[in-house]
Design a protein around this ligand. Structure first.
Ligand code: SF4
Length: 450
C-alpha cells in the first residue's frame, strides 16, 4: 500500500488536528436541557416494545495521573470514596431504571473511566450485581470493560469473567521504557504480556489493546518494537489513536515537553508503520484507527457493509438508546443526547437531591439524523453516496469532493469514495468540515486511554 501524503498536505490539515475525535462540543448541547427532558426521553422507551438498550458506566478514579491524560478522572487512594461513589451510582441507576419502567434487553454494557479495575473485587461485584438487578442483562449481552494492566491480576480477571464480561481492553499505549517515562506511565512488556496471557487463560472472547502514536520520544525504531511485541501477542483488536492535546491543559499535561513530540510528518509515518505492521500480520483495518483479526465480527461486518459506530466504538450491535451512568457519562435516548455533570461533587449533589444529574443535552432534529447517517456511512464504509447528502449537505459534499485534486477522494456521479491515501486523512477530512461533522464530534467523550 503506497501512501503519498506530502508535507504540504499535512500542514494544511494539521491545523485541524484537535484532541481525538469525537470530543464534546458544549456549544451544540444546551444547558437548558432539563432533567424533565431526560426523564421524558427515558419514559419514552417504554412506549416502544422493541426498544433495546446499551449502558455506559463511568468509573472516574485512578491511583495516579498519566501525563498525557485528558480524561474525566480523580486520583484517590481512599477506597471509601469509591464506595461512596457506588452509593450515588446506585441511586442514579435506580432513578433511571424506574423512569424506563419496563424491562428492556441490554445489548451492550460498557464500563470505562478512569480505571474500572481500580475497584476492588467487592466493588466490582457490587457494580455488576447492581446493573444486573435493574436491567435485563442477557447471556448474549456484549459486556466489555477497559482495564489498566498495572492493576490487573489473575484473580481479578477471573472475577471479571465470572461477572459476565466477555470483552476486555487494556491500555498499552507504548511499550518502550523511554516513551513510558516521558508520559509518566511505566508498565513493562513482561507485565503486559503476563496480563494478556492471563486474560486469554480465563477465557475472554475478545482482548483489545489501545495504542497511542505521536507520543514524546517515540521514533520509528521504538514504535516498531512496540508494534512487533503487540502483533506477537495477537490481541483480537487494536485501536491506534493519535496523541494530541488541546489548548486548555490540566496542570499534569504541561509536564510533557512539546519539543519532544514528533512533528506532523513523523506522526504520519508512525501511523503508516502501524497500518503496514497490522495489515502484514493478519489484521484488517476497520474504519478510522482500529485493527482487528480477520476472523473478528467487525472485519466481517465491514466487508458486508453492516458496520456501525456509536459512542462505544465500532459495533455490529444496533440500538438507539444508550444510557450513560456516572460522572460525565453521555448517552442518547429517544433522539435526545444527554450528558451528566462532570464534576464529581455536583453530580453527587444532584443525585442526593433526588435529581437525575443532567448537565446538558440536545434534541436531535431531522437534519442531525441525516448528518449522523452520512457520517456513519462515510466512516464505516469509506464512501458517501450523493443521495445521503443531497438537498441537505450539498455544500459540504462539494467541499469533500474537491479533495479529488489532492488524491484523497474519487468522485463519480453517484458517490465519493475515500482513496487509500485519503483514508489516512479521514479524521482530518471529517474534522475540517465543522458544520458537517460538528454533531459527530460533539457526541461523546469517553476514556479510551486507560
Ligand atoms: S490515562 Fe487512564 S489510567 Fe492514566 S490517568 Fe488517565 S484514565 Fe487514569
Amino acid at each position: 500500500m503506497s501512501v503519498d501524503i506530502s508535507p504540504d498536505l499535512l500542514t494544511r490539515f494539521s491545523r485541524f488536528d484537535r484532541p481525538g475525535m469525537p470530543v464534546p462540543a458544549p456549544d451544540v448541547w444546551s444547558e437548558n436541557f432539563t432533567e424533565e427532558d431526560y426523564r421524558q426521553a427515558l419514559n419514552g422507551i417504554g412506549q416502544h416494545p422493541d426498544a433495546t438498550l446499551a449502558l455506559y458506566l463511568h468509573i472516574p478514579f485512578c491511583p495516579g495521573r498519566c501525563l498525557y491524560c485528558g480524561c474525566n478522572t480523580t486520583v484517590t487512594h481512599n477506597s471509601q470514596r469509591i464506595d461512596s461513589y457506588l452509593d450515588a451510582l446506585e441511586r442514579e441507576i435506580n432513578m433511571v431504571a424506574a423512569a424506563v419502567a419496563t424491562g428492556r434487553d441490554v445489548l451492550q454494557l460498557h464500563v470505562a473511566g478512569g480505571t474500572p479495575n481500580y475497584l476492588n473485587d467487592a466493588q466490582l461485584t457490587r457494580l455488576v450485581e447492581l446493573v444486573d438487578s435493574r436491567f435485563r442483562i442477557l447471556p448474549e449481552t456484549e459486556a466489555s470493560i477497559e482495564c489498566d494492566p498495572r492493576r490487573a491480576s489473575a484473580g481479578q480477571l477471573e472475577l471479571l469473567r465470572a461477572l459476565g464480561f466477555t470483552r476486555i481492553t487494556f491500555g498499552v499505549q507504548d511499550l518502550e521504557p523511554r516513551v513510558q517515562r516521558s508520559i509518566g506511565r511505566i508498565q513493562s512488556i513482561d507485565l503486559v504480556r503476563d496480563v494478556y496471557w492471563m486474560a486469554r487463560e480465563v477465557g475472554f472472547d475478545s482482548i483489545g489493546f489501545d495504542l497511542i502514536y505521536g507520543l514524546p520520544e517515540q521514533t520509528a525504531e521504538s514504535f516498531k518494537a512496540t508494534l512487533d511485541a503487540v502483533v506477537e501477542m495477537a490481541p483480537d483488536r487494536v485501536a491506534c489513536f493519535g496523541y494530541s492535546r488541546g489548548n486548555s491543559l490540566a496542570a499534569h499535561q504541561h509536564a510533557i515537553d512539546i519539543h519532544q513530540l514528533p512533528d506532523d510528518m513523523q506522526r504520519q509515518r508512525l501511523f503508516e508503520q502501524a497500518v503496514k505492521t497490522f495489515m502484514a500480520s493478519g489484521y484488517v483495518w476497520v474504519g478510522l484507527d482500529t485493527f482487528v483479526l480477520d476472523t473478528d465480527e467487525l472485519a466481517m461486518a465491514q466487508d458486508e457493509g453492516r458496520l456501525t459506530r456509536n459512542c462505544l466504538g465500532y459495533t455490529v450491535m444496533s440500538t438507539n438508546n444508550i444510557i450513560g451512568l456516572g460522572t460525565g457519562a453521555a448517552g442518547e435516548v429517544q433522539g435526545r443526547c444527554v450528558q451528566n455533570e462532570q464534576n464529581l461533587a455536583t453530580w453527587k449533589a444532584k443525585i442526593e437531591q433526588g435529581q437525575l444529574p443532567v448537565a446538558r443535552g440536545y434534541q436531535l432534529n431531522t437534519t442531525d439524523r441525516r448528518r449522523r447517517e452520512a457520517i456513519g456511512h462515510l466512516i464505516c464504509n469509506l464512501e458517501l453516496p450523493l443521495e445521503l447528502a443531497e438537498g441537505c449537505f450539498d455544500e459540504e459534499y462539494r467541499r469533500l469532493a474537491a479533495y479529488a485534486s489532492d488524491g484523497l477522494v474519487d468522485v463519480d456521479a453517484s458517490r465519493l469514495r475515500i482513496t487509500p491515501t485519503g483514508r489516512y486523512l479521514l479524521r482530518h477530512l471529517c474534522t475540517e468540515h465543522e458544520a458537517y461533522f460538528a454533531w459527530d464530534r460533539a457526541r461523546w467523550h469517553f476514556s479510551r486511554s486507560l
